[in-house]
Design a protein around this ligand. Structure first.
Ligand SMILES: [Zn+2]
Length: 206
């Protein structure tokens, strides 16, 4: 297991690179630079959080019915930007008016995007520290285009979160701090806000 040092003990002040001898050897053998260890550590931690399977209360994401549903198989999705697959529970809404399938994503998965809130946050932090997109892409071991898209999405998400935090009452204060209370509701509103064609009220059955 390679030694991973997080800033301020490891990496440079930009949250950048810190290589152990194992990693340097691996880099030499593969001919590529590895993912930045602080980013890699963050993603490993996120994968562990997913294994806790913390969600908010189960509710149909189309009609908000919280009482009549049955388990309805599973599907797999990638654990963030890794190749690992995680099984997600599907449900069938038994509200006669609805009868659609839905899934409940465990914290900290978001709909559609493979980034989590803190992955977006770190991305914007690196940008603020004036790293170029190509440098950030190397930190995440992703391509330039993916990072450029994620930066645009991250800016939209955080501007929306700041706006929501000014509402009274705040509808989901810090969903990551209390995922067992808020995560499912947060995901539902997040999906309707950012992917309205697919998750808005008039979206077709998934
Ligand atoms: Zn329903």
């Amino acid at each position: 297991m390679p030694l991973i040092l997080l800033p301020p003990f490891g990496g440079d002040k930009r949250g950048g690179m810190c290589y152990t001898p194992d990693m340097i050897l691996l880099t030499f053998l593969k001919g590529v630079r590895p993912m930045s260890p602080p980013i890699s550590a963050m993603i490993s931690h996120l994968v562990q959080l997913v294994e806790d399977k913390t969600t908010g209360p189960v509710a149909c994401c189309w009609c908000n019915n919280r009482n009549h549903f049955i388990k309805h198989g599973t599907y797999q999705r990638y654990a963030f930007t890794t190749d690992e697959l995680v099984r997600i529970q599907r449900y069938l809404c038994k509200n006669g008016q609805c009868n659609r399938t839905f899934s409940i994503l465990p914290h900290p998965f978001l709909r559609i995007t493979r980034f989590s809130l803190c992955m977006f946050e770190k991305l914007l932090e690196l940008l603020k520290q004036e790293l170029r997109i190509a440098e950030i892409a190397r930190c995440y071991d992703l391509c330039w285009q993916t990072i450029a898209r994620a930066i645009a999405t991250g800016k939209d998400i955080f501007s929306w979160l700041r706006q929501e935090a000014r509402t009274d009452p705040v509808w989901a204060p810090k969903p990551c701090l209390h995922p067992h209370l808020y995560w499912s509701d947060f995901i539902r509103v997040f999906a309707a806000k950012f992917y309205p064609k697919r998750y808005g009220k008039t979206a077709p059955t998934e």
